[in-house]
Design a protein around this ligand. Structure first.
Ligand code: NAD
Length: 366
Protein backbone atom coordinates (compact mmCIF):
# COMPACT_ATOMS: atom_id res chain seq x y z
CA UNK A 1 0.00 0.00 0.00
CA UNK A 2 1.25 3.46 -0.85
CA UNK A 3 1.94 5.09 2.51
CA UNK A 4 0.91 8.52 1.29
CA UNK A 5 -2.70 7.49 0.61
CA UNK A 6 -3.34 6.66 4.25
CA UNK A 7 -1.79 9.82 5.69
CA UNK A 8 -3.93 12.88 6.45
CA UNK A 9 -3.54 15.67 3.90
CA UNK A 10 -1.61 17.89 6.33
CA UNK A 11 1.01 15.22 6.77
CA UNK A 12 1.78 14.78 3.10
CA UNK A 13 4.86 16.96 3.20
CA UNK A 14 3.54 19.68 0.88
CA UNK A 15 5.67 22.23 2.72
CA UNK A 16 4.88 25.34 0.68
CA UNK A 17 6.37 28.75 1.43
CA UNK A 18 4.53 31.99 0.80
CA UNK A 19 5.53 35.64 1.23
CA UNK A 20 2.75 37.78 2.66
CA UNK A 21 2.99 41.54 3.07
CA UNK A 22 0.96 42.57 6.07
CA UNK A 23 -0.52 46.09 6.12
CA UNK A 24 -2.46 46.44 9.39
CA UNK A 25 -3.10 50.18 8.79
CA UNK A 26 -5.06 52.41 11.18
CA UNK A 27 -7.81 52.25 13.81
CA UNK A 28 -9.14 48.72 14.25
CA UNK A 29 -6.98 47.56 11.31
CA UNK A 30 -4.12 46.22 13.50
CA UNK A 31 -6.61 44.66 15.96
CA UNK A 32 -8.36 42.56 13.31
CA UNK A 33 -5.27 41.86 11.17
CA UNK A 34 -3.41 40.29 14.11
CA UNK A 35 -6.31 37.87 14.69
CA UNK A 36 -6.29 36.84 11.02
CA UNK A 37 -2.56 36.11 11.37
CA UNK A 38 -3.26 33.87 14.39
CA UNK A 39 -5.76 31.92 12.27
CA UNK A 40 -3.22 31.66 9.42
CA UNK A 41 -0.66 30.36 11.91
CA UNK A 42 -3.00 27.51 12.79
CA UNK A 43 -3.43 26.72 9.08
CA UNK A 44 0.36 26.82 8.58
CA UNK A 45 0.88 24.30 11.39
CA UNK A 46 -1.96 22.03 10.33
CA UNK A 47 -1.07 21.90 6.64
CA UNK A 48 2.68 22.25 7.02
CA UNK A 49 3.00 25.55 5.14
CA UNK A 50 5.29 28.49 5.88
CA UNK A 51 3.80 31.97 5.77
CA UNK A 52 6.58 34.55 5.88
CA UNK A 53 5.23 37.98 6.87
CA UNK A 54 6.66 41.42 6.17
CA UNK A 55 4.74 44.00 8.16
CA UNK A 56 4.63 47.50 6.63
CA UNK A 57 2.81 50.80 7.21
CA UNK A 58 0.09 52.21 4.98
CA UNK A 59 -2.43 55.03 5.41
CA UNK A 60 -2.43 57.43 8.35
CA UNK A 61 0.30 55.63 10.31
CA UNK A 62 2.57 55.86 7.26
CA UNK A 63 1.86 59.60 6.91
CA UNK A 64 2.84 60.03 10.58
CA UNK A 65 6.09 58.11 10.23
CA UNK A 66 7.24 58.80 6.67
CA UNK A 67 5.14 61.79 5.53
CA UNK A 68 3.54 59.61 2.83
CA UNK A 69 0.50 57.31 2.91
CA UNK A 70 2.36 54.79 0.75
CA UNK A 71 6.14 54.77 0.41
CA UNK A 72 7.94 53.35 -2.64
CA UNK A 73 9.53 50.73 -0.37
CA UNK A 74 6.16 49.49 0.88
CA UNK A 75 4.80 49.35 -2.67
CA UNK A 76 7.89 47.38 -3.73
CA UNK A 77 7.39 44.93 -0.84
CA UNK A 78 3.78 44.47 -1.93
CA UNK A 79 4.83 43.88 -5.55
CA UNK A 80 7.34 41.25 -4.43
CA UNK A 81 4.86 39.36 -2.24
CA UNK A 82 2.63 36.40 -3.10
CA UNK A 83 -0.27 38.25 -1.49
CA UNK A 84 -1.13 41.24 0.69
CA UNK A 85 -3.37 41.26 3.75
CA UNK A 86 -4.66 44.67 4.81
CA UNK A 87 -6.62 45.81 7.89
CA UNK A 88 -8.05 49.28 7.22
CA UNK A 89 -6.86 52.85 6.76
CA UNK A 90 -8.08 56.28 7.79
CA UNK A 91 -9.39 58.17 10.79
CA UNK A 92 -10.33 61.64 12.02
CA UNK A 93 -6.69 62.55 12.72
CA UNK A 94 -5.98 62.66 8.97
CA UNK A 95 -9.38 63.98 7.83
CA UNK A 96 -8.33 67.52 6.86
CA UNK A 97 -9.65 67.81 3.26
CA UNK A 98 -6.93 70.35 2.40
CA UNK A 99 -4.09 68.02 3.49
CA UNK A 100 -1.76 67.13 0.61
CA UNK A 101 -1.83 63.45 1.50
CA UNK A 102 -4.62 61.34 2.98
CA UNK A 103 -4.78 57.70 4.12
CA UNK A 104 -7.17 56.72 1.31
CA UNK A 105 -4.67 57.97 -1.26
CA UNK A 106 -2.33 55.22 -0.07
CA UNK A 107 -4.98 52.64 -0.83
CA UNK A 108 -5.72 54.07 -4.30
CA UNK A 109 -1.98 54.20 -5.06
CA UNK A 110 -1.66 50.59 -3.96
CA UNK A 111 -4.53 49.52 -6.26
CA UNK A 112 -3.02 51.44 -9.17
CA UNK A 113 0.56 50.31 -8.44
CA UNK A 114 -0.43 46.66 -8.27
CA UNK A 115 -2.88 46.81 -11.20
CA UNK A 116 -5.73 45.56 -8.99
CA UNK A 117 -8.55 45.86 -11.52
CA UNK A 118 -11.08 43.54 -9.90
CA UNK A 119 -12.68 43.75 -6.49
CA UNK A 120 -14.56 40.65 -5.38
CA UNK A 121 -17.03 40.82 -2.52
CA UNK A 122 -18.86 37.65 -1.60
CA UNK A 123 -22.02 38.30 0.41
CA UNK A 124 -23.52 35.35 2.26
CA UNK A 125 -26.07 35.48 5.02
CA UNK A 126 -25.55 33.00 7.82
CA UNK A 127 -28.94 31.53 8.83
CA UNK A 128 -28.19 32.30 12.49
CA UNK A 129 -27.66 35.99 11.69
CA UNK A 130 -30.83 36.81 9.77
CA UNK A 131 -32.12 38.75 12.76
CA UNK A 132 -29.05 41.01 12.70
CA UNK A 133 -30.08 42.32 9.26
CA UNK A 134 -32.73 45.05 8.83
CA UNK A 135 -34.35 42.93 6.08
CA UNK A 136 -37.17 40.46 6.67
CA UNK A 137 -35.75 36.97 7.40
CA UNK A 138 -37.66 35.34 4.51
CA UNK A 139 -35.89 37.66 2.03
CA UNK A 140 -32.48 36.58 3.28
CA UNK A 141 -32.86 32.86 2.89
CA UNK A 142 -30.33 31.43 0.43
CA UNK A 143 -28.53 34.72 -0.24
CA UNK A 144 -25.13 33.96 -1.81
CA UNK A 145 -23.99 36.80 -4.05
CA UNK A 146 -20.57 37.57 -5.50
CA UNK A 147 -20.20 41.21 -6.52
CA UNK A 148 -17.37 41.78 -9.00
CA UNK A 149 -16.51 45.48 -9.17
CA UNK A 150 -14.17 47.08 -11.73
CA UNK A 151 -11.58 48.91 -9.67
CA UNK A 152 -9.17 50.95 -11.77
CA UNK A 153 -11.32 52.72 -14.37
CA UNK A 154 -14.47 54.82 -14.63
CA UNK A 155 -15.43 58.00 -12.84
CA UNK A 156 -12.88 57.74 -10.03
CA UNK A 157 -9.92 57.74 -12.42
CA UNK A 158 -11.19 59.80 -15.39
CA UNK A 159 -10.14 63.38 -16.11
CA UNK A 160 -11.25 65.90 -13.48
CA UNK A 161 -11.75 69.64 -14.02
CA UNK A 162 -12.40 72.34 -11.46
CA UNK A 163 -12.68 75.85 -12.94
CA UNK A 164 -14.92 78.82 -13.55
CA UNK A 165 -17.06 79.00 -16.65
CA UNK A 166 -19.45 81.82 -17.63
CA UNK A 167 -18.94 83.32 -14.16
CA UNK A 168 -19.99 80.10 -12.39
CA UNK A 169 -17.85 77.57 -10.50
CA UNK A 170 -17.71 74.32 -12.43
CA UNK A 171 -16.64 70.75 -11.60
CA UNK A 172 -16.32 67.90 -14.11
CA UNK A 173 -15.65 64.18 -13.57
CA UNK A 174 -15.20 61.92 -16.57
CA UNK A 175 -16.55 58.36 -16.82
CA UNK A 176 -14.20 56.69 -19.26
CA UNK A 177 -13.86 53.00 -20.13
CA UNK A 178 -11.85 51.20 -22.78
CA UNK A 179 -13.23 47.99 -24.28
CA UNK A 180 -10.35 45.88 -22.90
CA UNK A 181 -11.02 47.13 -19.34
CA UNK A 182 -14.65 46.03 -19.61
CA UNK A 183 -13.80 42.73 -21.28
CA UNK A 184 -11.27 41.56 -18.66
CA UNK A 185 -13.60 42.22 -15.70
CA UNK A 186 -16.65 40.68 -17.39
CA UNK A 187 -14.61 37.64 -18.45
CA UNK A 188 -13.42 37.25 -14.85
CA UNK A 189 -17.04 37.38 -13.66
CA UNK A 190 -17.99 34.66 -16.18
CA UNK A 191 -15.08 32.48 -15.04
CA UNK A 192 -16.14 32.87 -11.42
CA UNK A 193 -19.76 32.07 -12.31
CA UNK A 194 -18.64 28.71 -13.75
CA UNK A 195 -17.83 27.50 -10.21
CA UNK A 196 -21.15 28.81 -8.87
CA UNK A 197 -24.77 28.90 -10.09
CA UNK A 198 -23.73 29.91 -13.62
CA UNK A 199 -25.63 33.20 -13.64
CA UNK A 200 -24.14 36.65 -14.32
CA UNK A 201 -25.97 39.95 -13.91
CA UNK A 202 -24.14 42.72 -15.76
CA UNK A 203 -25.13 46.04 -14.23
CA UNK A 204 -25.04 49.32 -16.17
CA UNK A 205 -27.04 52.45 -16.98
CA UNK A 206 -27.23 51.81 -20.71
CA UNK A 207 -30.44 53.82 -21.13
CA UNK A 208 -28.48 57.01 -20.33
CA UNK A 209 -24.69 56.55 -20.38
CA UNK A 210 -22.53 56.01 -23.46
CA UNK A 211 -19.93 54.17 -21.35
CA UNK A 212 -22.69 51.80 -20.23
CA UNK A 213 -23.72 51.12 -23.83
CA UNK A 214 -20.15 50.00 -24.54
CA UNK A 215 -20.24 47.98 -21.30
CA UNK A 216 -23.44 46.21 -22.38
CA UNK A 217 -22.08 45.56 -25.89
CA UNK A 218 -18.92 43.91 -24.50
CA UNK A 219 -20.83 41.97 -21.84
CA UNK A 220 -23.13 40.61 -24.57
CA UNK A 221 -20.08 39.51 -26.62
CA UNK A 222 -18.59 37.71 -23.61
CA UNK A 223 -22.01 36.18 -23.00
CA UNK A 224 -22.20 34.81 -26.55
CA UNK A 225 -18.75 33.23 -26.08
CA UNK A 226 -19.96 31.51 -22.88
CA UNK A 227 -23.34 29.99 -23.70
CA UNK A 228 -23.22 27.78 -20.57
CA UNK A 229 -23.59 30.90 -18.40
CA UNK A 230 -26.90 32.72 -18.18
CA UNK A 231 -26.35 36.46 -18.72
CA UNK A 232 -28.81 39.12 -17.65
CA UNK A 233 -28.33 42.86 -18.25
CA UNK A 234 -29.77 45.08 -15.53
CA UNK A 235 -29.91 48.81 -14.85
CA UNK A 236 -28.14 49.97 -11.73
CA UNK A 237 -31.25 51.62 -10.24
CA UNK A 238 -33.38 48.49 -10.49
CA UNK A 239 -30.45 46.39 -9.22
CA UNK A 240 -30.25 48.58 -6.10
CA UNK A 241 -33.92 47.79 -5.52
CA UNK A 242 -33.56 44.07 -6.24
CA UNK A 243 -30.67 43.75 -3.79
CA UNK A 244 -33.08 44.41 -0.94
CA UNK A 245 -36.28 42.96 -2.39
CA UNK A 246 -35.02 39.70 -3.94
CA UNK A 247 -31.31 39.25 -3.08
CA UNK A 248 -31.51 35.45 -3.17
CA UNK A 249 -32.25 35.59 -6.91
CA UNK A 250 -28.75 36.97 -7.66
CA UNK A 251 -25.52 35.03 -8.23
CA UNK A 252 -22.55 36.89 -9.78
CA UNK A 253 -23.04 40.64 -10.24
CA UNK A 254 -20.47 42.49 -12.38
CA UNK A 255 -20.34 46.24 -12.66
CA UNK A 256 -18.23 49.35 -13.15
CA UNK A 257 -16.30 51.14 -10.41
CA UNK A 258 -18.76 53.63 -8.89
CA UNK A 259 -21.89 51.48 -9.29
CA UNK A 260 -19.95 48.67 -7.61
CA UNK A 261 -18.81 50.93 -4.79
CA UNK A 262 -22.41 51.82 -3.97
CA UNK A 263 -23.98 48.39 -4.56
CA UNK A 264 -21.38 46.54 -2.45
CA UNK A 265 -22.06 48.76 0.56
CA UNK A 266 -25.78 48.19 0.09
CA UNK A 267 -25.21 44.42 -0.18
CA UNK A 268 -23.17 44.42 3.04
CA UNK A 269 -26.32 45.27 5.00
CA UNK A 270 -27.70 41.83 4.13
CA UNK A 271 -25.04 40.08 6.22
CA UNK A 272 -25.98 41.95 9.40
CA UNK A 273 -22.72 43.83 10.08
CA UNK A 274 -19.93 45.56 8.19
CA UNK A 275 -17.57 43.50 10.32
CA UNK A 276 -18.58 40.22 8.65
CA UNK A 277 -17.60 40.68 5.02
CA UNK A 278 -14.29 40.03 3.25
CA UNK A 279 -12.99 41.25 -0.07
CA UNK A 280 -10.33 40.33 -2.61
CA UNK A 281 -8.73 42.68 -5.14
CA UNK A 282 -7.06 40.87 -8.02
CA UNK A 283 -4.59 41.83 -10.73
CA UNK A 284 -3.72 40.25 -14.06
CA UNK A 285 -0.12 39.80 -12.91
CA UNK A 286 -1.18 37.59 -10.03
CA UNK A 287 -0.62 39.47 -6.78
CA UNK A 288 -3.82 40.06 -4.84
CA UNK A 289 -4.81 42.30 -1.94
CA UNK A 290 -7.22 41.05 0.70
CA UNK A 291 -9.07 43.21 3.22
CA UNK A 292 -12.34 43.38 5.12
CA UNK A 293 -14.91 45.70 3.53
CA UNK A 294 -15.12 47.90 6.62
CA UNK A 295 -13.03 50.96 7.43
CA UNK A 296 -10.91 51.79 10.46
CA UNK A 297 -13.97 52.25 12.73
CA UNK A 298 -12.54 55.09 14.86
CA UNK A 299 -15.57 54.91 17.18
CA UNK A 300 -14.48 51.50 18.51
CA UNK A 301 -10.73 51.55 17.79
CA UNK A 302 -8.54 50.60 20.76
CA UNK A 303 -11.42 48.96 22.65
CA UNK A 304 -10.66 45.43 21.46
CA UNK A 305 -14.29 44.80 20.49
CA UNK A 306 -14.11 44.87 16.66
CA UNK A 307 -15.43 41.86 14.81
CA UNK A 308 -12.42 40.10 13.22
CA UNK A 309 -14.50 37.83 10.94
CA UNK A 310 -14.31 40.05 7.82
CA UNK A 311 -10.50 39.98 8.02
CA UNK A 312 -10.31 36.27 8.84
CA UNK A 313 -12.54 35.52 5.83
CA UNK A 314 -10.33 37.84 3.74
CA UNK A 315 -7.37 35.66 4.75
CA UNK A 316 -9.39 32.66 3.51
CA UNK A 317 -9.92 34.41 0.14
CA UNK A 318 -6.17 35.03 0.03
CA UNK A 319 -5.51 31.33 0.44
CA UNK A 320 -8.04 30.53 -2.31
CA UNK A 321 -7.22 33.10 -4.99
CA UNK A 322 -3.53 33.97 -4.54
CA UNK A 323 -2.01 30.93 -2.85
CA UNK A 324 -4.31 28.38 -4.55
CA UNK A 325 -4.97 26.61 -1.24
CA UNK A 326 -8.66 25.84 -1.74
CA UNK A 327 -8.94 23.19 0.96
CA UNK A 328 -7.34 25.45 3.57
CA UNK A 329 -9.59 28.37 2.54
CA UNK A 330 -12.73 26.26 2.83
CA UNK A 331 -11.51 24.99 6.19
CA UNK A 332 -11.39 28.53 7.62
CA UNK A 333 -14.80 29.40 6.15
CA UNK A 334 -16.33 26.29 7.69
CA UNK A 335 -14.81 27.11 11.09
CA UNK A 336 -16.27 30.65 10.93
CA UNK A 337 -19.65 29.21 9.95
CA UNK A 338 -19.62 26.79 12.86
CA UNK A 339 -18.49 29.51 15.28
CA UNK A 340 -21.48 31.66 14.32
CA UNK A 341 -23.76 28.62 14.67
CA UNK A 342 -22.55 28.09 18.25
CA UNK A 343 -23.80 31.59 19.09
CA UNK A 344 -20.44 33.39 19.41
CA UNK A 345 -21.06 37.11 18.84
CA UNK A 346 -19.07 40.34 19.05
CA UNK A 347 -20.84 43.59 20.01
CA UNK A 348 -21.80 44.51 16.41
CA UNK A 349 -23.84 41.27 16.30
CA UNK A 350 -25.42 41.90 19.70
CA UNK A 351 -22.91 39.82 21.71
CA UNK A 352 -20.23 40.42 24.31
CA UNK A 353 -17.12 38.71 22.91
CA UNK A 354 -13.95 40.71 22.41
CA UNK A 355 -11.99 40.62 19.15
CA UNK A 356 -9.52 38.16 20.69
CA UNK A 357 -12.26 35.94 22.16
CA UNK A 358 -14.08 35.72 18.80
CA UNK A 359 -10.84 34.67 17.09
CA UNK A 360 -10.24 32.16 19.92
CA UNK A 361 -13.65 30.60 19.21
CA UNK A 362 -12.78 30.28 15.50
CA UNK A 363 -9.38 28.78 16.31
CA UNK A 364 -11.10 26.34 18.66
CA UNK A 365 -13.29 25.19 15.73
CA UNK A 366 -10.18 24.85 13.52
P1 NAD B 1 -16.27 52.10 9.05
O1 NAD B 1 -16.49 50.91 8.23
O2 NAD B 1 -14.95 52.32 9.63
O3 NAD B 1 -17.35 52.11 10.26
C1 NAD B 1 -18.76 52.15 10.02
C2 NAD B 1 -19.49 51.57 11.25
O4 NAD B 1 -19.30 50.16 11.28
C3 NAD B 1 -18.92 52.10 12.58
O5 NAD B 1 -19.97 52.25 13.49
C4 NAD B 1 -17.99 50.99 13.03
O6 NAD B 1 -17.83 50.91 14.43
C5 NAD B 1 -18.67 49.75 12.48
N1 NAD B 1 -17.68 48.72 12.15
C6 NAD B 1 -16.85 48.72 11.09
N2 NAD B 1 -16.07 47.64 11.11
C7 NAD B 1 -16.41 46.94 12.21
C8 NAD B 1 -15.95 45.72 12.80
N3 NAD B 1 -14.98 44.99 12.25
N4 NAD B 1 -16.54 45.30 13.95
C9 NAD B 1 -17.53 46.01 14.50
N5 NAD B 1 -18.01 47.15 14.00
C10 NAD B 1 -17.45 47.62 12.87
O7 NAD B 1 -16.70 53.35 8.14
P2 NAD B 1 -16.56 54.91 8.43
O8 NAD B 1 -16.88 55.20 9.88
O9 NAD B 1 -17.37 55.57 7.39
O10 NAD B 1 -15.04 55.26 8.16
C11 NAD B 1 -14.05 55.36 9.17
C12 NAD B 1 -12.70 55.59 8.50
O11 NAD B 1 -12.36 54.45 7.72
C13 NAD B 1 -12.68 56.78 7.54
O12 NAD B 1 -11.45 57.44 7.69
C14 NAD B 1 -12.80 56.14 6.17
O13 NAD B 1 -12.21 56.94 5.17
C15 NAD B 1 -12.04 54.87 6.39
N6 NAD B 1 -12.39 53.76 5.46
C16 NAD B 1 -11.38 52.96 5.08
C17 NAD B 1 -11.64 51.87 4.28
C18 NAD B 1 -10.51 50.94 3.92
O14 NAD B 1 -9.50 50.95 4.59
N7 NAD B 1 -10.65 50.13 2.89
C19 NAD B 1 -12.94 51.59 3.86
C20 NAD B 1 -13.97 52.43 4.30
C21 NAD B 1 -13.68 53.52 5.11
Amino acid sequence: MDLCTCLPVYMNGNNMEFKITLLPGDGIGPEVASEAVRVLDVIARKYNHTFEYKERLVGGCSIDKYGSSLTDETLADCQAADAILLGAVGGPKWDDPSAKDRPERGLLALRKGLGLFANLRPVKVHPALVDASPLKPERLQGVDILVVRELTGGLYFGQKIRDTKDGCERAVDTLEYFDYEIRRIVELAFNLAKGRKKRVTSVDKANVLESSRLWRQIAAQVGRANPDIQLEHALVDSTAMKLVTAPASMDVVVTENMFGDILTDEASVLAGSMGMLPSASLSEAGVGLYEPIHGSAPDIAGKGIANPIGTILSAALMLRYSLKLEEEAAFIEKAVDQTITTGARTADLGGKLTTRQMADEIIEQL
